[in-house]
Design a binder for this molecule. Structure first.
Ligand SMILES: Nc1ncnc2c1ncn2[C@@H]1O[C@H](COP(=O)(O)OP(=O)(O)OP(=O)(O)O)[C@@H](O)[C@H]1O
Length: 260
């Protein structure tokens, strides 16, 4: 459904040097896939997300949605893309209008993308909030009047209300405390299982990414250094960078279980 073919992105650095943020990458994402993209800060993950969403144009290669180039979509096909592919980012505070209610934020895509009436959109808001076990009373508040975890659930509701076929989660649990992280990860999983949607889960954290994904793509310095099934990448990494990343993760897991 989304196909990256030799997609690459370069930026001009401060002193006019070329920054190779993403080296040519091939990736196919279908509904039902659960793909984890993992790598340390600066490895190119956010660049890839921006390309997948059509927010930036690749410097080389292509990113296609069905048979059209994502960054060139317009009209009905762009509307369909926005319905099919939704993002839950990390910084939910800045993605909400501080002066409007959370209900208003969740309702908006139902009005603008699905073309529902206000009454229909309100019913859809109530339904999606119930599916995420969110107290509907919170919806009348402004974004600053709820906790970070509650705000993140509204960001998820805003993405899920259009029933996307692919959900892109970019560091979407990283800012939450560990107990809330677990609940939100389960909500992503439930949604994918219920709807058959695909998830692209982008993070620098191994545990959350391994928990939610079937397939891992490991990035380092703008390159995909390894990809494969989660158990293979975690337990039998081939690339030295992956081995270091997974070694640190396994040590942490072992320390946690011996401390418990
Ligand atoms: N607009 C830009 N102009 C110049 N360089 C950029 C730009 N955006 C990203 N870069 C550079 O491209 C590289 C990859 O950045 P990117 O944000 O994709 O990494 P990341 O893995 O998402 O990191 P993080 O986890 O910290 O967000 C970095 O070296 C970054 O400094």
């Amino acid at each position: 459904m989304i196909t990256a073919k030799a997609a690459a992105k370069q930026y001009r650095g401060r002193d006019n040097t070329v920054v190779h943020a993403l080296n040519p990458l091939d990736l196919v994402i279908e509904p039902g896939d659960r793909v984890g993209i993992i790598g340390e800060s600066g490895s190119g993950k956010s660049t890839l997300v921006r390309l997948l969403l059509g927010l930036e144009t690749p410097s080389a290669g292509s990113i296609r949605y069905q048979d059209g180039e994502v960054s060139q979509l317009s009209g009905d096909r762009l509307r369909q893309f926005r319905r099919d592919v939704q993002l839950v980012g990390q910084d939910t505070t800045s993605s909400f209008d501080p002066l409007r209610s959370l209900r208003d934020a969740v309702r908006r895509p139902a009005l603008e993308i699905l073309g529902l009436t206000v009454a229909e959109a309100d019913a859809a808001v109530d339904e999606v909030l119930a599916s995420l076990a969110v107290d509907p009373e919170l919806a009348s508040r402004r974004p600053s009047q709820v906790s970070g975890g509650q705000r993140q659930r509204f960001a998820i509701a805003r993405a899920l209300i259009v029933s996307p076929r692919i959900l892109i989660c970019d560091e979407s649990v990283s800012a939450l405390d560990v107990s809330v992280q677990g609940a939100v990860l389960n909500e992503f999983k439930d949604f994918a299982e219920r709807s058959g949607a695909g998830i692209v889960f982008v993070s620098h954290g191994v545990p959350a990414t391994a928990f939610i994904s079937d397939r891992l793509v490991v990035m380092h310095g703008g390159d995909v250094v390894e990809q494969g099934e989660v158990s293979q990448v975690v337990n039998r990494p081939k690339h030295p960078y992956t081995a270091r990343l997974m070694g640190a993760y396994r040590k942490l897991s072992a320390d946690e279980s011996s401390a418990a």
